[in-house]
Design a protein around this ligand. Structure first.
Ligand SMILES: [Zn+2]
Length: 261
């Protein structure tokens, strides 16, 4: 084991325990470690199958019945994606973040992932900024329902609460981030003085904005990523390993330090 890695973990532990309000931002790297293919890069769905249309939301609104039929009988890359989502299980990185919340250190977790794995690992204060693939959302009243609760014999299905148009909770290309989630993310980022950025290069807005804003106010960023990112120059500590390796090490160190006090 490189001594450098150990020193970096110690620095990250200090930063977490010194902070008043820690949040985390996670992205595709955590999902990939659970066997979900990324969209871009080597093995990426769109690298293999070509880029999808960038106006998914517009297309949904133009023909929600057809969009729902495609959703229920996915083909090609979407089939591959839904199958991978159904088979995926939380990895030690997801579990470590849930543990960090239980320890009282992590106050909120913003994820760009739609795979439900943070929930399955036990994270409670979770903000799924791009939605959750196991949920259906009403475009009128923003209520969310488990997929199994929504009958799909007549398409498109309608909201049991208000009759509004229902759509998968996952945020499509061109679709605004649901306002309730976006407001809560902004609120958490305003309170935070430390952000753990794990498995994301944090280049997709609005999620990328949160760590940058915290850093601009003098907060501390801790990066967990095998590869450097555009955020690296702003990070006080960079743990250059997979989340499933680095996060459990970090949380164990935090747990030990808390036990001593
Ligand atoms: Zn509704």
């Amino acid at each position: 084991m490189a001594g450098d890695a150990d020193i970096e973990i110690a620095h990250a532990t200090d930063a977490l325990l010194r902070a008043r309000y820690v949040i985390a931002l996670t992205g595709a790297g955590l999902s990939v470690e659970s066997g979900i293919p990324p969209f871009r890069g080597p093995g990426g769905l769109w690298t293999k199958h070509g880029e999808p249309p960038m106006n998914g939301y517009e297309r949904f609104l133009a023909d929600p019945k057809q969009a729902w039929a495609d959703r229920l009988e996915p083909r090609g890359p979407m089939r591959e994606l839904w199958d991978a989502l159904a088979a995926a299980r939380p990895n030690p990185g997801h579990v470590a973040l849930a543990d960090l919340e239980t320890l009282g250190v992590l106050k909120a977790l913003i994820t760009q992932n739609v795979d439900d794995l943070h929930r399955q690992a036990g994270s409670q204060r979770l903000l799924e900024i791009h939605g959750n693939a196991t949920l259906i959302r009403c475009l009128e009243c923003v209520a969310r329902f488990p997929r199994a609760e929504i009958p799909t014999d007549a398409l498109p299905p309608r909201c049991p609460r208000c009759g509004g148009l229902l759509k998968s909770d996952t945020v499509s290309f061109g679709e605004p981030i649901p306002p309730d989630v976006l407001m809560r993310c902004e609120h958490e980022a305003e309170r935070a003085d430390c952000v753990v950025v794990a498995g994301t290069s944090a280049t997709v807005y609005p999620a990328a904005h949160f760590p940058i804003a915290v850093h601009a106010r003098g907060g501390t960023l801790i990066e967990v990523n095998p590869h450097p990112s555009e955020l690296t120059p702003m990070c006080a500590v960079s743990l250059r390993r997979e989340s499933g390796i680095a996060l459990p090490q970090l949380v164990e160190r935090v747990r030990a330090r808390l036990a001593r006090h």
